[in-house]
Design a protein around this ligand. Structure first.
Ligand SMILES: Nc1ncnc2c1ncn2[C@@H]1O[C@H](COP(=O)(O)OP(=O)(O)O)[C@@H](O)[C@H]1O
Ligand SMILES: [Mg+2]
Length: 347
């Protein structure tokens, strides 16, 4: 594992080296604006120079936290764009009826647009509802329309309701030739622990939990972890929390540091070294149908998401093998009905 301070030092060293290089070249690139432009250039042209390593297998990552406003959508979108810009085929699945991830990726999601609803409740394959994005040719998105708001109820009577998303993803991945198959699938969950989030936990190989560096950050987390345990015991033996991402960190407050320390003490190496700062460009970007990486590539919000995505990708090079119970085989439906606890909305 990376020494916690190492990445920051490396990053600062790179910035300093760049500053020295531009200074010695006799240019006046030493102003903050010029440095930002330099960072922007680095982000935008990175794919050619410094691509991320591909994962050993497709990683299906469920971005979950039943609290609203902690940065799930922002993280799913910006990590997705970063992975794609740095060379990895990525699919973002919007599983929140609000459709915020679809908005941020500039993907149409008005009623009637082919969406994740048609695959979960209807019989469409993911291939029929996947959309391209403007951010990168390597990034695709399955949008969510407001129809999805009814899915929690409509799914109740559907056979193997907890497995709908997993089956859809498996079918999609298997049908694609390897060179087109997404290397990363990021699922953006709604802020609840209902049937949609359950579907995402059953579909994923791993969970990424964004934690906001705020006072009540850890509240409710126990319930999410308990639910993940229940899913592991009864529905998806391979699922595990593999990544924690600290979001909306405000370096001016002592509280942010305290929360960050507490989360690191509790979750250890699961916590990415990269921390996402509170940055106004991050919150402005969705208003333009963009990720912060494309909206303002040189901003701290953008570079921190690139760093986080790089760490995520580096960790994907050495993954434990999938649990044999999980490896691309959907368990018989009968095996999961009976005694598993049903999920409750955590809000
Ligand atoms: N790093 C950040 N800096 C500033 N604002 C942020 C940041 N991350 C998220 N936000 C804003 O906070 C709000 C909640 O984020 P969002 O990703 O939608 O949370 P969730 O999906 O968990 O509900 C949004 O308005 C978003 O633009
Ligand atoms: Mg959201």
């Amino acid at each position: 594992m990376t020494d916690p301070g190492e990445r920051l030092r490396t990053s600062l060293a790179a910035d300093n080296a760049a500053e020295r290089a531009t200074a010695s070249a006799g240019t006046d690139f030493d102003s903050p604006i010029a440095m930002e432009a330099l960072r922007a250039t680095r982000v935008l042209h990175a794919a050619d120079q410094d691509p991320f390593p591909p994962p050993v297998r497709t990683r299906v990552i469920t971005v979950a936290n039943q609290k609203g406003g902690v940065g799930k959508t922002t993280s799913a979108v910006n990590l997705g764009v970063a992975l794609a810009l740095y060379g990895l085929r990525t699919l973002v699945i919007d599983l929140d009826p609000q459709g915020n991830a679809s908005t941020a990726l500039g993907v149409e999601h008005s009623v009637g647009t082919p969406s994740i609803y048609d695959a979960l409740v209807g019989d469409n394959s993911l291939a029929e509802v996947v959309h391209p994005t403007g951010a990168s040719p390597k990034l695709r998105c399955i949008p969510a329309t407001i129809d999805l708001a009814g899915a929690e109820i409509e799914l109740v009577s559907v056979v193997a309701r907890e497995y709908r998303l997993r089956r859809a993803i498996e079918g999609y991945l298997q049908a694609l030739p390897e060179e087109e198959r997404p290397q990363y699938v990021l699922i953006d969950c709604p802020p609840s622990l209902g049937l949609l989030t359950l579907n995402a936990l059953v579909a994923g190989d791993e969970v990424l939990i964004p934690i906001q560096c705020e006072y009540y950050a850890l509240e409710g987390l126990g319930q999410l972890l308990t639910n993940i345990d229940l899913v592991r015991q009864h529905l998806n033996p391979g699922i595990a929390v593999r990544t924690i991402l600290l979001t909306m960190y405000d370096g001016r407050t002592k509280l942010a540091d305290q929360v960050a320390d507490e989360v690191r003490n509790h979750f250890g190496e699961l916590v990415l070294t990269a921390v996402i700062p509170r940055n106004v460009r991050v919150s402005e970007a969705p208003g333009y149908g963009q990720s912060v990486l494309t909206y303002d590539p040189g901003s701290r919000g953008s570079t921190s998401y690139v760093e986080a995505a790089r760490e995520l990708a580096e960790r994907g090079v050495h993954l434990p093998p999938l649990d044999p119970g999980r490896a691309m085989v959907t368990p018989p439906v009968a095996a999961v009905y009976g005694n598993h606890a049903t999920e409750e909305d955590g809000s």
